[in-house]
Design a protein around this ligand. Structure first.
Ligand SMILES: NC(=O)c1ccc[n+]([C@@H]2O[C@H](COP(=O)([O-])OP(=O)(O)OC[C@H]3O[C@@H](n4cnc5c(N)ncnc54)[C@H](OP(=O)(O)O)[C@@H]3O)[C@@H](O)[C@H]2O)c1
Length: 244
């Protein structure tokens, strides 16, 4: 995938990993459209970017997804990459919480159902392009659960499953690439309550994605996740060797 001259929509591009990705892509000569719920954060982020604009909205709300997709179609019809980055997570203990199903519903809605819907809305526009990409930001949590994030891992595992199916669906088309980025613990506001200060900087995630786009490397494990990805690959290879 070329890494310059694209028009890129980044959900949750006003902070953390999304903003780091926006900075890299904007510096490399791409037009960047960032999104977030809070106008002030969007304005601050835009001051750090070149050739960038913002669309405010909450992607976990259906009406906002429809409005944002419409605005992209009418005002930014050259968009050829969407980065589904906005996410939700609750850090808590199952033993100390009673409304866990409500937390799980919010996480699943933002991290899975909303991504599927938003991607579906944009797919016709992306498929018109000679070269297009969907980039989903999942997590190291795809590889395992954690007692302090008891209902989040399943949402990223679900996103992973959808991402693989989307990639397989459009494999033949050659024009649409589907990437999945698996950050480990990253030092952002999102991870503050689970010790995020010990995590890698968001720029490391953005740098890995940039390299992956250059190499058409659709699976993008970052940092600690690389060991899990390698072990999984080896397990599958060993299974098929034993079968064969
Ligand atoms: N940080 C980690 O350790 C870590 C590890 C693995 C995976 N991830 C994944 O990486 C992604 C980004 O996380 P982050 O750590 O960069 O978070 P962050 O620093 O808290 O930034 C989140 C961004 O998303 C926006 N946002 C949140 N909910 C939104 C919504 N419903 N609609 C639109 N925008 C929304 C926020 O702006 P507003 O608040 O103004 O809306 C902000 O721009 C998430 O999907 C997360 O699951 C994070």
């Amino acid at each position: 995938m070329k890494t310059t001259g694209n028009t890129v929509f980044i959900s949750g591009g006003s902070a953390g990993i999304g903003l780091a990705i926006a900075k890299n892509l904007s510096a490399a000569g791409n037009k960047v459209i960032i999104n977030g719920r809070n106008e002030e954060r969007l304005t601050n982020a835009l001051q750090q970017l070149d050739n960038a604009t913002a669309i405010q909205g909450d992607l976990s709300i259906e009406a906002d997804r429809l409005r944002i997709a419409e605005e992209l179609k009418t005002k930014h019809s050259d968009v050829n990459i969407i980065i589904n980055n906005a996410g939700a997570a609750f850090g808590y203990l199952l033993s100390e919480t009673t409304n866990t199903h409500e937390k799980a519903q919010i996480e699943m809605n933002t991290n899975y159902f909303s991504v599927i819907h938003f991607t579906e809305l944009l797919l016709p526009l992306l498929l018109e392009k000679e070269s297009a990409a969907v980039v989903n930001i999942s997590s190291i949590a795809v590889y395992g659960s954690h007692k302090f994030l008891p209902t989040y891992g399943a949402t990223k595992a679900a996103l992973h499953s959808y991402t693989v199916a989307l990639r397989q669906t459009y494999e033949e088309s050659k024009s649409l690439q589907v990437y999945e980025v698996y950050p480990p613990l990253v030092n952002t506001e999102f991870s503050a309550e689970i010790g995020g200060a010990n995590g890698i900087p968001p720029s490391e995630v953005a740098d890995e994605l940039f390299i992956a786009l250059e190499k058409d490397q659709f699976e993008v494990p970052v940092g600690e996740t690389k060991a899990y990805a390698a072990a999984t690959r080896e397990a599958f290879a060993s299974l098929s060797r034993n079968r064969g």
